[in-house]
Design a protein. Sequence first.
Length: 408
Amino acid sequence: MDISVTPAILSGSVSAPPSKSVAHRLLICAALSEGQSVIKNIYPSKDILATIACLKALGAHIELKDGTASVTGIEKASAECVLDCNESGSTLRFLIPVACALGAGAVFTGKGRLPERPITPYLDELPKHGIRIDYNGTMPFSLGGKLTPGRYEVRGDISSQFITGLLFGLSLLDGDSELVITTPLQSKPYVDITIDALDRFGVSVKCNDNVYYIKGGRHFKPCELEVEGDYSQAAFFEVANALGCDIDIKGLNVNSYQGDKKIVEIISDIVYNDSRGMKPFDADVSDIPDLVPILAVLGCFCEGTSYIRNAARLRIKECDRLHAMAVSLNACGGKVTEKEDSLIIEGVGSLKGGEVPDFNDHRIPMAMAIAAVRSESPVIIRGAQSVSKSYPDFWEVYEDIGGIIEVM
């Protein structure tokens, strides 16, 4: 779907969609519990549906109706199953250790850029602990065997998804394990979300410096929980407000473990108390990589030069997000310089409008839709349907608060 987004000030009320990060984790914990759990406020994005499908393939019983998932935990893992992760990196990296801990003979499949995304930490560690992996650098690949407890080592400067996956998997084992983070941990808030989810299901993880201690023989206890609002998605509307819109954003937990609530602090720090505009910012995004697309948009409207640093991992997301945002904003009149692990954004006051692709990445069209708010002419987005990966009704919400969209 190609659309033209006409510049317009957005005004009204929106409810932050349920957090995808939290929902993945609660659904997995529920599927590992002994009994039935109820998870409310589930948003049926493609990534979440992929996780549900994979958990069902492993042996969980899940019924999703009107945003509520009734989950009966896995009693006996499927001896052989195919886990189709679609394009969800979270689904893939969270469930590899889970399948190994359950002793499931699993084949993992996916599409888009997912087959290219690395799983190196698992290739290094899992074979040391009873797992056979038949992997040739892409998908599909298979694994077998039964995970054993012990000492695991993972670098902290790669995706925290590997740490989360191992915390899930090691929590299922009878013996004690240690997960040692060998370099400074990036994206720590995502690990905190995981530990909080485990704790809610009765499984505690202790941490001392760079070591997570996972006690063996624990059992996941079923419970009833509700998914909180997503700061990653709310960030688009937070930035729209900084650009002059008037949107009331509901459903956010101010005490959330989500790292992306940092967007509120960043905006608060750069907005003057008078009408002079916004100061530039210098953001280390090692803990908040998903904010990069919308932060790049924000930088275009600050008075001076803004910096987004420590963002090299963005090059292996659904697309190379550093390159995608530099290309997209420059095509619309921005002044963005792309470095190896950073973006340098010179404030331009307003964009001219233009035409951009979606790069097969859900966050690029949403970011550019917000950029259109302060453009002089429409922003044409090719492939706008890619928002369905995380926020299927984004365009409906955008129109409900005054956005002007024409399908081309």
